[in-house]
Design a protein around this ligand. Structure first.
Ligand code: AMP
Ligand code: ZN
Length: 469
């Protein structure tokens, strides 16, 4: 077996990687904050992690992956307060959508999806350990802070300059910049709005709630143990989130928290950073509405290396839709073929090698995808030539199935159609409601939106019928 090499953010270099026990990779991936459906930027990171786990398995290891669901944090509480709901009422439907969206993109199930609110006791225990070790303190605002000056390794992951570390100064919110590297909140004293939406728990320091960073440390160590093999996430999490996770975990246990750190670059839309707050959101609901299959998105994402920025601009997705159509046509042809040639078998052997070498070399997905398309070109030529070698054909099928089992680029036509139909039905229902409340402008806007997607609707006494052009 070739070596598996992966870029480690801690050392800033590509290094050999293997699980500590030689068998199972204990992988922690920071999951979505469930106040809004995840956007395609989030899903680029989750797709990178999906490929990572499949590549690790191809190398022969088992994978035990945790993807947490952040179901209590500053943003969720703000949303719940605005809408007069409990945090649970905000997060439950978003969790459901997350799993549906993830399946649409054919992202495999992780082994664990812990919700932060189910680990409050573990979080409190972790804070108690940190106070006992003298690296955390209760401040006069009733919150508990981590004293970064007491943890000499602070800043190693993000290469923070020691001059930037402001010991003693405190930051209460979870999101802050490097310029504000200060003591950060582990446990936040409850405010009336936290109590109002069910985001407050009893603790030795009074009513309160966990900070975001603490959540991941507690869930990771509770489920996977005190030293992880691999910790992954989007590049924006290096500071402060992962820096703070390391500080909290290592200052409590005295052991290394993760043996390797892996970060995926951002997805940009026309050069602008995508974020749920900005408003230029593109999510899986938009994909369904436009008939873009999960396979096409996978092709789009895997055609760029995970450590390069990716721009979702103009025709990019259309190119990928065309590309996966070619893969689907080939899959069909290979299924129907009667025999192969020696050349077909050689092409299959070559593909298998190329895909392994590419993926084990810092997850070079674009290299592997290019090898797949080279194979399709070569194999089509061989199939044109006919041939009667059953062994060659079955070898080609076997390798193609192995590669497609990793990338999943054959679009599921039935699913894409069903998703589109579901979207149309939902639009029609909204139009019906708009008409019932005599909001004809809204109803017309929905009809226009449907027409733009090629949907013609026909109203009659018994209801509305539609057909796609
Ligand atoms: P959040 O729901 O904001 O906690 O983010 C969930 C995951 O998505 C994290 O790993 C982030 O690093 C990642 N992420 C957020 N925005 C983007 C983006 N535009 N491109 C790629 N990954 C992102
Ligand atoms: Zn995290």
């Amino acid at each position: 077996m070739p070596e598996f090499r992966l870029y480690n953010t801690m050392s800033r270099s590509v290094e050999p990687f293997a699980p500590a026990d030689g068998e199972t990779v204990r992988l922690y991936t920071c999951g979505p904050t469930v106040y809004n459906p995840a956007h395609l930027g989030n899903f680029r990171t989750f797709l990178f992690e999906d490929l990572l786990r499949r590549a690790l398995r191809l190398r022969g290891w088992k994978v035990e992956q945790v993807m947490n669901l952040t179901d209590v944090d500053d943003k969720i509480i703000k949303r719940a307060s605005e809408q007069g709901k409990s945090i649970r009422e905000v997060t439950d439907p978003v969790v459901t959508i997350f799993h549906e969206d993830r399946k649409y993109l054919r992202i495999e199930d992780a082994e664990h999806y812990p919700r932060a609110t189910a680990y409050i006791a573990e979080m409190i225990q972790l804070v108690e350990r940190l106070i006992a070790n003298g690296v955390a303190y209760l401040a006069d605002d009733g919150s508990v802070y981590f004293a970064i000056g007491k943890f000499p390794a602070y800043g190693r992951l993000s290469r923070l300059d020691t001059r930037e570390i402001q010991s003693g100064a405190r930051v209460a919110q979870d999101d802050y910049s490097k310029e504000n590297a200060q003591d950060f909140a582990l446990w936040k004293a409850a405010k009336p709005e936290d109590e109002a939406c069910g985001a407050a728990w009893d603790s030795p320091w009074g009513r309160g709630r966990p900070g975001w960073h603490l959540e991941c440390s507690a869930m990771a160590m509770s489920i996977l143990g005190e030293t992880l093999d691999l910790h992954a996430g989007g590049i924006d999490l290096v500071f402060p989130h992962h820096e703070d996770e390391i500080a909290q975990s290592e200052a409590a246990t005295g052991k290394p928290f993760a043996r390797c750190w892996s970060h995926g670059e951002f997805l940009l839309t026309d050069g602008a950073k995508m974020a749920k707050r900005v408003g230029n959101v593109q999510n899986v609901a938009d994909l369904r509405a436009n008939g873009v299959s999960g396979a096409a998105v996978r092709h789009f994402v895997y055609s760029t290396h995970y450590r390069k920025q990716l721009n979702l601009a103009g025709e990019a997705l259309e190119g990928s839709m065309e590309a996966v159509r070619r893969v689907a046509d080939f899959a069909e042809r290979l299924k129907d073929a009667r025999g192969g040639t020696r050349g077909l078998e050689d092409a299959a052997d070559h593909l298998e090698n190329e895909v392994r070498n590419a993926l084990f070399d810092d997850l070079n997905a674009p290299g592997a995808v290019a090898a797949l398309f080279d194979f399709i070109r070569a194999a089509n030529k061989e199939l044109d030539a006919g041939g009667s070698d059953a062994g060659a054909l079955s070898r080609a099928r076997e390798v193609f199935a192995m590669v497609d089992g990793i990338f999943e680029l054959v679009p599921d036509r039935v699913n894409a159609d069903a998703a589109f139909a579901q979207w149309v039905e939902q639009q029609l229902e909204e139009r019906k409601q708009a008409r019932a409340r005599r909001d004809f402008a809204a109803a017309d806007a929905i009809r226009k939106g449907l027409e733009e997607k090629g949907v013609v609707i026909e109203d009659s006494a018994v209801g509305t019928k539609w057909k796609a052009r």
